[in-house]
Design a protein around this ligand. Structure first.
Ligand code: NAP
Length: 271
């Protein structure tokens, strides 16, 4: 399967890096990228062929991945018109809706929306997938194969569910890094070396996630097990509750979902 990425930034690079690690041939991947430094980086680091504008390569591709920023999708999609074939189009743009993509692509119907995340680069991504009924089983399987090569996949039933996926797992790695940064800062303020602080923060996170992923007990039960009455963890959790940290996280994720919806309105119109 030949894939052409339109936009070769952070997310496209993470996906391509993951696909190559999984044994995909660099020759089967092309990238259209407007920025010359980004093209050079892609050719140097990922050894994929790039171009400044869509050309004959689009016709040869089985699948087109729209991987530009939401505000750039309209222009990038319109530059593909008329699509030279009935290629499968995958959009990873946050918020941008199928009806707008289809309009920009002259009524093209073989479009699937996907919300991946950057751990794809470490083959540990998770993507939310949505396809309308018009998209057949073979296309759904192709999307699963591409995104499944770089992590887990979850189909959602309604297109608007992708706004929630965007807020939870698309943006989610940033929340996790934020928490790790805070733990590291605390470790340093308590007198540990920078090296020890990073190691302790990262390994604690990785270990706790590993335990939780095993799924023998829900995260709340695992938390209770660490929390002895009158002990250190109890004191810390009390402080987190007083700071309304859980509420702040829920509020933050809701705000992200709302932003995804608003981006769909803002960048989906033709003004
Ligand atoms: N980053 C994430 O964690 C993440 C996660 C899930 C989904 N996404 C989605 O992935 C998409 C890309 O995000 P990103 O973070 O990878 O953005 P990015 O790093 O800005 O990458 C987009 C790249 O496409 C280039 N570009 C703009 N217009 C183009 C066109 N018409 N043809 C070809 N290339 C063009 C941009 O160049 P210029 O910089 O010169 O404009 C930029 O290099 C977004 O829609 C976002 O919602 C991102």
């Amino acid at each position: 399967m030949n894939i052409i990425f339109i936009g070769g930034g952070n997310m496209a690079s993470a996906m391509i890096g993951g696909l190559l690690k999984q044994g995909w041939k660099a020759g089967a991947i092309r990238v259209v990228e407007v920025a010359a430094p980004a093209r050079e980086r892609l050719e140097r680091e990922l050894k994929v062929k790039t171009a400044a504008a869509p050309g004959a390569d689009v016709a040869k591709a089985d699948c087109i991945v729209l991987a530009v920023k939401p505000q750039q999708v309209r222009e990038a999609a319109q530059a593909l018109k008329p699509l030279p074939g009935a290629q499968l189009v995958i959009s990873i743009a946050a918020g941008i809706r199928l009806k707008d993509l289809a309009r920009w692509l002259d009524g093209h119907q073989r479009i699937v929306r996907v919300m991946p995340n950057t751990p794809a680069l470490a083959l540990a991504g998770i993507s939310g997938l949505y396809a309308p009924r018009a998209v057949g089983a073979a296309d759904r399987a192709a999307v699963e194969k591409i995104l499944g090569a770089v992590g887990a996949v979850v189909w959602v039933e309604r297109e608007e569910d992708l706004d929630a996926v965007t807020a939870v797992s698309g943006s989610g790695p940033a929340y996790v890094f934020y928490f790790i940064e805070a733990l590291e800062q605390a470790a340093r303020e308590l007198g540990l070396s920078a090296e020890a602080a990073r190691r302790l923060a990262l390994e604690t996170f990785a270990g706790a996630v590993k335990l939780a992923v095993q799924g023998a007990e829900p995260p709340s039960r695992l938390r209770e097990r660490v929390t002895s009455r009158g002990g250190t963890t109890e004191r810390a959790l009390k402080s987190l509750e007083e700071g309304r940290v859980k509420e702040a996280i829920v509020h933050a994720v809701r705000a992200a979902a709302e932003r995804a919806r608003a981006m769909g309105d803002e960048f989906g119109n033709d003004q």
